[in-house]
Ligand binder design. Structure first.
Ligand SMILES: [Cu+2]
Length: 163
């Protein structure tokens, strides 16, 4: 039920975006991004961005990269528990986004790594990111900064950032 409501809301958002789109897509098609947030962190450190990506098209797609002026480098990572019991982050060329499927970027799993922050990211701040896809147009997001502790995945993808 919650999901159905989400689609209705997404439809309304898409409708309002139609004025600036010349792709002629129907409502409910394309890639949708939900629940995006960035973890609070300090200037010169690293932080992570999390989100839910939904591909409403039948065709497979891939999330291939991110641009932003908030950090000197942005990478796609996968956090995984290593054989030695420590959390490891493995850079990903792309993150698969199957047709009519979704992929969740979340603490302890896929995430966008922001390396070399140009400023402090305080709770309540907003940053601008542009997502790039293999088969869909770029999506630019205004991402709120939140406290990682609220998510139960505290620091998992940035344990090396604090002194
Ligand atoms: Cu990472």
């Amino acid at each position: 039920m919650k999901r159905i409501l989400g689609f209705v809301l997404a439809g309304i958002l898409l409708l309002s975006a139609c004025g600036v789109s010349d792709t002629g897509r129907m409502d409910g098609e394309g890639v949708e991004v939900r629940d995006y947030w960035a973890r609070a962190a300090l200037k010169d450190g690293t932080s992570a961005v999390y989100m839910l990506l939904l591909n409403h098209d039948a065709e497979d797609d891939a999330f291939v990269g991110v641009s932003s002026d908030v950090a000197s480098a942005l990478e796609l990572h996968l956090s995984k528990m290593g054989d030695d019991g420590t959390m490891q982050m493995i850079p990903q060329e792309t993150i698969a986004l199957p047709g009519n499927g979704e992929v969740e970027l979340k603490p302890g799993s896929y995430h966008i790594m922001m390396i070399g922050l140009v400023k402090d990211l305080n709770v309540g701040d907003e940053i601008t990111l542009t997502l790039h896809f293999q088969n869909h147009d770029d999506i630019t997001l205004t991402v709120p900064v939140k406290e990682a502790a609220n998510m139960g995945g505290s620091g998992m993808d940035g344990h090396n950032t604090m002194p």
